[in-house]
Write a protein that binds this ligand. Structure first.
Ligand code: UT7
Length: 329
């Protein structure tokens, strides 16, 4: 029997309307538009500022766009994998909430927490499910409401992150399109440099943890930057090498949008000109698990069947990796 591969057959996305610009941040913390733009490449980010809304409320419209494009009913979906570090609540999984809000009553699903590599990890898990031939339609959504865990008095973190959701549909392909190869890595030592100090089982929420602002993102930016530059560039280069490819063979690099300088270093290492790199960091900032699918969403019209894409990410954990895929439509 011919090998079944898992191809992306549709993309959807959602970003909230409110734009938190660098100019507005200048009025909130000691920073400048010029510093943020030159050090990160970010001009503005979207914020879900309607009280009572969470990650699922961004994931649902992203998925509904896919259902509309593909003329599918919610009941046609087999599995929902939700990559997030800002779930609606600690439990149940946001995937369950999404399924309920969609009416995807035939789907099972779960959340996957791998921070900025969440979508990449989830895409690979979803592809494996398709390759077993037991599931025909797997939705992979990357969503984060980073504004819910950001301290807007901390200039080291509040300038970077934004909110958003991106989703893809994975379906079986018999022509060899879709996910081809991946290198996925993690190193738990990295937890010391990027984490949230309280709210887990080690340090449950208390008045003291709230007072100490321990429910916000802590990042040692310089150290994370060092690991991210090396990590993302190394795996992307290794992936090309072991598939006997060079930058010339790749149509698009789809990099995690954390910092323009990390993206540039990865593209250079792969021998790719910046015209072949998907970039939306300037308008969305770092949306954690949503950056990769939001790039695909923005670029969907420019993609052609058979295009070779490398998706690459680095994030908290540390987690990182790269995936080679052939575009499915
Ligand atoms: O997505 C998951 C993984 N995360 C990442 O990949 C993020 C990796 N890290 C980064 O992108 C960068 O480290 C940051 C954007 C977070 C920071 O940029 P940096 O170039 O590493 O800045 P820095 O922390 O080394 O600080 C340089 C200077 C310092 O001043 P002094 O000590 O040189 O006088 C900071 O106090 O810039 C200052 N600074 C700022 N100035 C204006 C730090 N943040 C700001 C700010 N506005 N927002």
């Amino acid at each position: 029997m011919q090998k079944i591969t898992a191809a992306i057959t549709a993309v959807g996305g959602y970003v909230p309307e409110y734009k938190l610009t660098n100019k507005i941040l200048e009025t909130m913390v000691d920073t400048t538009d010029e510093w943020i733009l030159t050090r990160t490449g970010i001009s503005e980010r979207r914020i879900l500022n309607t009280p009572g809304l969470g990650a699922s409320d961004m994931a649902v419209p992203a998925i509904q766009e896919i259902l509309t494009k593909k003329q599918l009913e919610p009941t046609d979906i087999d599995v929902i994998i939700c990559a997030t570090v800002t779930p609606d609540m600690v439990f149940p999984a946001t995937a369950n909430v999404i399924a309920d809000k969609l009416g995807a009553t035939n789907a099972w699903g779960f959340d996957l927490a791998a921070a900025c590599s969440g979508f990449l990890y989830a895409l690979n898990v979803g592809a494996s499910l398709i390759e077993t031939n037991r599931y025909k339609r797997v939705l992979v959504v990357g969503v984060d409401k980073m504004s819910s865990i950001i301290d807007y008095t901390d200039r080291a973190t509040c300038i970077i992150f934004g909110d958003g959701a991106g989703a893809v549909l994975l379906e079986p392909n018999h022509d060899g399109l879709g996910i081809q190869d991946s290198i996925l890595k993690s190193n738990g030592e990295g937890r010391h440099y990027l984490h949230m100090k309280a709210g887990g089982s080690v340090k449950p929420a208390s008045i003291d943890t709230v007072t100490a602002k321990e429910h916000f993102v802590y990042q040692d930016g310089k150290t994370v930057f060092k690991y991210a530059v090396a990590g993302m560039a190394d795996v992307s280069y290794e992936l090309l090498q072991r598939n006997n490819l060079t930058g010339d063979d790749i149509q698009w690099l789809v990099p995690h949008q954390a910092n323009m300088r990390i993206i540039t270093a990865t593209a250079e290492r792969m021998g790719l000109p910046m015209e072949k790199v998907m970039l939306n960091i300037e308008k969305y900032g770092n949306t954690t698990a949503a950056t990769l699918p939001l790039c695909l969403w923005d670029w969907e019209q420019k993609l052609n069947k058979g295009d070779k894409l490398v998706l690459a990410a680095f994030g908290g954990g540390f987690t990182w990796g790269a995936t080679l895929l052939h575009w499915g439509y």
